[in-house]
Design a protein around this ligand. Structure first.
Ligand SMILES: [Cu+2]
Length: 458
């Protein structure tokens, strides 16, 4: 059987025109370097537009692709050349707590000109990403994110493995990042910072050259602050993982990704180009990226039928239930909430403290505990989204099953779940990772405005 590595030795794969540059891995024990710095980037083509100031890892947006193998140790020296504190979170990785990168919770923020070594082993294969976890609503929006791909020996052989990091930018008329709207109370109380310019791997409508009749793995990552994307792939496409985790293989051309969510497809191409369309926003499908089919003399992998993964069953009983009544935001029913030990009306919370969302009538801070559970317990976060907005709820350090209101479970596990307005669902997990784990909305303005709390596992 030809695996991907052998395949690369025997034939020439056409260059990917817009692939994310890979951070070269040297010896496993040797630390790589990610430097957060200010730079500029052309977001909109055309001489009439300016390059925009951005904040970037290693001067590229997205940051360099980190591609390792399951079982490898990731060793990264993070260097902060910004003029404010920062950190790196490894989204979806069931990390050791001290490496989780949440500034103010699992580590102090890395000060300007400071550095921090992240070192941990990669026990989960799949599509993950890294991003700043300090003032995320500003730092992620300015470009501080990149892909983290963990390969597994059992991954199906493909001819091309392509990461698509999808983001929306809120730009001013000259195509630079709209500065004036950062921290807008409107965004924080409504749907978050929503952009007006869509990029894939930092480019508008990029083209990827792929071989005719080839098999492609497409790794989709929603890196937007708050935008939900719908992606449509008009081809023979099979959904194989979500949030890095295997799901029952099914032929489908569509997926919806809330902020921070990922989905991997295996696509068997024919001889026609494929436009990957964004379908959730706007009246018409928007061609977000193109797979351009080219003739290549290369030998292609055998298109073996994709095998169904063995899925881990959810626990039969729950040791700890954590009721979580989520309220707030515009048009919501939250009249007052407890904040810093005092019950305060929502108007005061919004205007004086920029807080607008509450869990169980309380607006938490990073260090406030939603719950404390014992190592090994099965836990169910019983979420009721009693607001008029969708929320992409993310749990750090664990993957969870999703139990719908009728009691049934969604197949597979996730690290982020998109709650529709009014939805009730339980996020069920085994608390097998000790530490202080953030549970928060990945609509980053919502998190900043109160949608986050800590679950302690000890
Ligand atoms: Cu939210």
């Amino acid at each position: 059987m030809t695996n991907r590595r052998d395949f690369l030795k025997v034939c020439t794969v056409p260059p990917l025109l817009t692939a994310i540059p890979r951070l070269a891995t040297a010896k496993a024990e040797e630390a790589l370097r990610l430097t957060a710095t200010k730079t500029t980037k052309r977001l909109v083509p055309g001489a009439e537009y300016l390059e925009s100031p951005v904040w970037a890892f290693n001067r590229t947006v997205p940051g360099p692709e980190l591609r390792l193998k399951k079982g490898d140790t990731l060793s990264i020296d993070f260097i902060n050349e910004l003029d404010e504190g920062s950190s790196i979170h490894w989204h979806g990785i069931r990390n050791i707590n001290a490496m989780d990168g949440v500034a103010g919770l699992t580590q102090p923020e890395v000060a300007p000109n400071g550095q921090f070594r992240y070192q941990f082993s990669l026990n989960d294969a799949g599509t993950y990403w890294y991003h700043s976890h300090a003032k995320t609503w500003s730092q992620v929006a300015r470009g501080l994110y990149g892909p983290l791909i963990v390969e597994d020996e059992s991954d199906p052989a493909v001819d091309h493995d392509i990461v698509l990091m999808i983001d929306d930018w809120l730009l001013a008329n000259d195509a630079t990042i709209d500065e004036a709207s950062f921290g807008s109370l409107h965004d924080w109380t409504h749907g978050g910072r929503l952009g007006n310019w869509l990029t894939v791997n930092g480019k508008s409508r990029p083209t990827f050259e792929v071989s005719k009749n080839s098999r492609v793995r497409l790794r989709l990552i929603n890196a937007a602050n708050a935008r939900i994307f719908g992606l449509n792939i008009p081809a023979s496409a099979f959904l194989v993982t979500q949030d890095g985790y295997p799901v029952p293989v099914q032929e489908t051309q569509d997926v919806i990704l809330g902020p921070a969510q990922r989905a991997d497809f295996i696509i068997d191409l024919a001889d026609n180009d494929v436009s990957i369309n964004e379908t959730y926003n706007g009246d018409q499908p928007y061609p977000a990226a193109i797979l351009k089919v080219v003739d290549t003399p290369s030998k292609l992998v055998a298109k073996r039928p994709l095998s169904q993964p063995a899925l881990e069953a959810p626990p039969k009983s729950i040791d700890v239930a954590i009721p979580l009544h989520m309220q707030g935001g515009a048009m919501g029913n939250l009249r007052e909430a407890n904040y810093r030990g005092e019950l305060r009306p929502i108007r005061e919370l919004a205007q004086d403290h920029k807080k607008a969302w509450a869990f169980n009538g309380r607006i938490a801070e990073h260090h406030d505990h939603l719950a404390a559970v014992s190592l090994g317990q099965s836990v169910s976060i019983e979420v009721w989204n009693d607001s008029r907005w969708p929320h992409a709820m993310h749990l750090h350090g664990h993957h969870f099953w999703i139990q719908k209101e009728d009691g049934s479970f969604v197949d597979g596990k996730r690290d982020t779940y998109l709650f529709q307005r009014g939805e009730k669902a339980n996020l069920v997990f085994i608390a097998d990772n000790p530490g202080f784990w953030l549970f928060h909305c990945h609509m980053l303005e919502h998190h900043a405005a109160g949608m986050g709390a800590v679950i302690r596992v000890s």
